[in-house]
Write a protein that binds this ligand. Sequence first.
Ligand code: G6P
Ligand code: MG
Length: 218
Amino acid sequence: TIKACLFDLDGVLVDTAVYHFKAWRQLAQTLGIDFTEHDNERLKGVSRVRSLEIILEIGGQTMEQEKMLALCEQKNTEYLLDVAKMTPAEILPGVVDFLKALKAEGIKIALGSASKNAQLILERTELLPYFDAIIDGRHVVNGKPDPEVFLKGAEALGVHPEECVVFEDAVAGVEAAKNGNMLCVGVGQPEVLTLADIVVKDLTEMTIERLHALEQKA
Ligand code: G6P
Ligand code: MG
């Protein structure tokens, strides 16, 4: 039986992808790299430093570790200017109703995000009180598609991986869920999230009934 739901943050609960893109694009410009919205798909779900590596790959550039860390810092400072202005209005459709339904059902809720800013974003959007556990970029060594972030979430909640459903918008995140032997609801396009058990456009399409219907797939 399903005992817990583990949520990715960016692109599932809130739409911070636009702010990430804005900050990375600005930084890429200073490096003379043309970084497009299409390229940005590759950054979803991956860590900050890995994101910079991908941008450098796109521009055919290499860089010393130290310089990279400094640029990551710089990008994050820009990004945080937008995060500081976030409000609950930026919570994606259906999120609050579904979290409330899970609570009423006694299903545990955890966050599984690559972001080191996850806690801050949950605070800004007032989503923090819904979460029984938060595992984010500060707690993991291996990024998605490694299942570490979700396995640590299950552990923190005291449930088995097979009792968890992961909600993910990134290909790497869906892979992480599957690598962790968990059920997965893709949030986005079915053509992109092919490994997910079901795919929804957003959480307005999720109900407790649909959640339990996933058990047949386990
Ligand atoms: C999420 C986003 C990624 C981002 C990562 C790290 O997974 O989807 O695009 O790179 O978090 O975020 P951070 O806030 O630590 O820079
Ligand atoms: Mg995401």
